[in-house]
Design a binder for this molecule. Structure first.
Ligand code: NAD
Ligand code: AHE
Ligand code: ZN
Length: 375
């Protein structure tokens, strides 16, 4: 198949909110600096649902969504040296070129090399898509487009992992789990003994709890409007639960009262701007730090009294938990193999690509964390 167009199945989002359609798509061979990957397993993340909804300013249609996956390199384009056909890989929506201003800064995991192209659904080389249906181009998404049996990614957007790792599990290390762990370890740098609040107990929030427990937090307060989430959350490290619906006072006040003035660290893992405010304002005066992890829709804005920051609270955000993708995803896979981090526990459902619309429906179900699709 090397050098040839591959025709395979992919779930195409033709329009916002319209059911995805399994189509025969043509996937062009990788050009210079590109890698064609046979995707074996992909999970669904709430960011896919967000873009599908039409609220993402970077959402372009028709497109192939998907960014949490694992697969095997099928072929590589000219000049690609770090991976070769047969390598097991995790596509990384957050690239790492190790050469740009961002990569060299030592201050961020964001990379500038291909971001301009991935934000508009094309590849960097010729600003065109590698996906088409009978000659009509279909946009890429987040530089990954994993809801396809084959995809083309930039070589700076693919992490080579230990071939021993079960791809049907480690696909989760492409987004949600690292995001939560890294928000705690890299962005907030939670110290032992800290009091932590986690808003939203989905995959990302539970990974925050897991990371906080590993970091030695003394209390991990989980906040969710669905009380059923608490039982499961205990297994991930949550020690106390609050349902804002069961309180008359603003939730930040409830938390401040429970913690002698506020928490040391808080994490918003929902994408709701009013919860982001609560998460900041439940932080302790003088040092409390709040990390925004959730993605809020276009047009939404955050607000608080500047006095909150003047008096020492810190507001931050994180993308992919601050992990440098190509360098650190392989180590996360190794940590999973050594049973130092959970992955299996976040998978609640397994389906096939043909059932992708059912998988999106399942995401609204309170019991659902990650659905993994066998491609
Ligand atoms: P999820 O839907 O599984 O989890 C959200 C949880 O929040 C649910 O348990 C829900 O019951 C709860 N919730 C909803 N409204 C609430 C409210 N008002 N108060 C308290 N709890 C509330 O989602 P997820 O897959 O865990 O993703 C969480 C967010 O993180 C999404 O916005 C996603 O787009 C974003 N995300 C960001 C990054 C990043 O790099 N920054 C990476 C992955 C995901
Ligand atoms: N296009 C969206 C941006 C969405 C966003 O913030 N994405 C996160 C990853 S979410 C993964 O589930 C991210 O890493 N952002 C950094 C980046 O470079 O995109 C919008 O709303 O505009
Ligand atoms: Zn995601």
């Amino acid at each position: 198949t090397q050098g040839q167009v591959i025709t395979c199945k992919a779930a195409v989002a033709w329009e916002p909110n319209k059911p995805l359609v399994i189509e025969d798509v043509q996937v062009a061979p990788p050009q210079a600096g590109e890698v064609r990957v046979k995707v074996l397993y992909t999970a669904l993340c709430h960011t896919d649902a967000y873009t599908w909804s039409g609220k993402d300013p970077e959402g372009l249609f028709p497109c192939v969504l998907g960014h949490e996956a694992a697969g095997i390199v099928e072929s590589v384009g000219e000049g690609v040296t770090e991976v070769q056909p047969g390598d097991h890989v995790i596509p990384c929506y957050q690239a790492e070129c190790r050469e740009c201003k961002f990569c060299k800064s030592g201050k961020t995991n964001l990379c500038g090399k291909v971001r301009a192209a991935t934000g508009v659904g094309v590849m960097m080389n010729d600003r065109k898509s590698r996906f088409s249906i009978n000659g009509k181009p279909i946009y890429h998404f987040m530089g990954t487009s994993t809801f396809s049996q084959y995809t083309v990614v930039h070589d700076v957007s693919v992490a080579k992992i230990d071939p021993v790792a079960p791809l049907e599990k480690v696909c989760l290390l492409g987004c949600g789990v690292p995001t939560g762990l890294g928000a705690v370890w890299n962005t907030a740098k939670v110290e032992p003994g800290s009091i932590v609040a986690v808003f939203g107990l989905g995959t990302v929030g539970l990974a925050v709890a897991e990371g906080a427990k590993a970091a030695g937090a003394s209390r991990i307060i989980g906040i969710d409007i669905d009380s059923k989430k608490f039982d499961r959350a205990k297994n991930f490290g949550v020690t106390e639960f609050i349902n804002p619906k069961e309180h008359e006072q603003p939730i930040q006040q409830v938390i401040v009262d429970l913690t002698d003035g506020g928490v040391d660290y808080s994490f918003e893992c929902i994408g709701n701007v009013s919860v982001m405010r609560s998460a900041l304002e439940c932080c302790h005066k003088g040092w409390g730090t709040s990390v925004i992890v959730g993605v809020a829709a276009s047009g939404q804005e955050i607000s608080t009294r500047p006095f909150q920051l003047v008096t020492g609270r810190v507001w931050k955000g994180t993308a992919f938990g601050g992990f440098k993708s190509r360098s650190q995803v392989p180590s996360l896979v190794d940590k999973y193999l050594k049973k130092e981090i959970k992955v299996d526990e976040y998978i609640t459902h397994n389906l096939t690509l043909a059932d992708i619309n059912k998988a999106f429906d399942l995401m609204h179900d309170g019991d659902c964390l990650r659905v993994v699709l066998d491609m």
